[in-house]
Design a protein around this ligand. Structure first.
Ligand SMILES: Nc1nc2[nH]c(O)nc2c(=O)[nH]1
Length: 351
């Protein structure tokens, strides 16, 4: 049987029995404490603002996603974050603590960011609990290859398609979840299948990146994980050898999966922040790769070794979807719409 057909069969079995997961919770499906207050972790601001496209809001206030073999749901109370595990494997709490980098204190970081920067100090109280994730690097690479020159809705659709190549983990409130596919599972996808699924020119990049990663002597998974050890420059150079990865995508992967806390993904939003608040002399210039470095450097000069974490807050404050969180005097002045930027201004997260 062809690998795709085999996978589809196991998926059919998993979705045929959703009540296995949605009916009365078993003991292991009880809500448990993650011991982190909303000021240190805001689920919506962390999971639904462009760092990952794999987590879903499965019911009001409940977010569900896969962490390796664990399928977990999360919700907040006024004092805590609660988690519920739908799968059998041990270690879900540890996986969650790692994914949300909970050993890093937002309070400590943010007090130094607020002292360094007026805009950060002004918007941070309205965006409390926005953290930077530590994702699996393979998952992160493929999500951000899909993200290039794209908007959230379409990226999510593409990433959901990739996810269906992995092992089914179950169904929560009518939504199916899969363990993110291994490189081997991804290798069964053809460029044609991806094009037919709406990936456009990115279809070639996905197939090429899978091939390149699978050719690494240590295995693509280990090769990517090894980039956690070196510098940001080394990680950027290595990532940019993969098809479909340029400086912006490399910075997203470095920040959201490789422990490079000073990585700054420079897109139109970040460019606007730099021009308005950090380096006004950039106004009127074009965003070239030299400018990318200048903008990233401006963030690091202002915010230090965790500049990427400060960027995450300023980036959210820039999104049109999140302006409503801010009082009107803190709203960003929008560029006038033109036929070229009308869609992009609103919801493109990655250029
Ligand atoms: N500068 C940023 N660009 C992004 N694209 C994306 O998908 N997420 C981000 C982000 O957090 N910052």
């Amino acid at each position: 049987m062809a690998p795709i057909a085999k996978r589809s069969l196991s998926f059919a079995i998993a979705v045929a029995t959703p009540e296995r997961i949605t009916k009365k919770p078993r003991a292991r499906e009880e809500w448990r404490s993650l011991s982190v207050p909303p000021v240190e972790l805001n689920l919506a601001l962390t999971l639904l603002t462009g760092q990952t496209f794999l987590w879903k809001q499965t019911s009001p206030g409940v977010f569900t996603g896969a962490l390796g073999p664990h399928l977990v749901s999360l919700r907040q109370t006024p004092q805590d974050t609660l988690y519920r595990v739908h799968t059998e494997f041990p270690g879900a709490k540890e996986a969650l603590r790692e994914f949300f980098t909970l050993d890093t204190s937002l309070a400590t970081l943010w007090s130094s960011f607020s002292a360094a920067d007026e805009r950060f100090a002004a918007v941070a109280p309205y965006i409390q609990g926005a953290r930077v994730l530590r994702q699996d690097p393979v998952e992160c690479v493929f999500q951000f290859i899909c993200s290039s020159n794209n908007h959230i809705q379409r990226i999510t659709k593409m990433v959901d398609f990739l996810a269906t190549q992995g092992s089914p983990l179950g169904c929560v409130d009518g939504q199916s979840f899969f363990q993110f596919p291994s490189l081997e599972q991804l290798s069964f996808l053809t460029e044609k299948q991806l094009r037919d699924a709406g990936f456009g020119y990115r279809a070639k990049y996905i197939v090429g990146a899978v091939e390149t990663l699978r050719s690494k002597e240590s295995g693509g998974d280990e090769w990517l994980k090894s980039l956690r050890e070196g510098s940001l420059e080394q990680a950027t150079a290595a990532l940019c050898t993969l098809p479909g990865i340029g400086p912006k995508v490399a910075a997203c992967v470095s920040l959201f999966s490789l422990d490079k806390h000073d990585a700054i993904p420079v897109d139109t939003h970040v460019w606007q922040i730099a021009v308005q608040y950090l380096k006004p002399e950039l106004a009127g210039q074009r965003l070239t790769s030299k400018m990318h470095s200048a903008v990233a450097q401006a963030f690091v000069s202002r915010f230090g070794a965790y500049a990427g974490w400060a960027h995450a807050v300023l980036f959210i404050a820039e999104l049109s979807s999140h302006q409503k969180l801010l009082p009107s005097h803190l709203h960003t002045q929008r560029r006038p719409r033109t036929s070229k930027n009308s869609k992009r201004n609103e919801d493109v997260v990655s250029l």
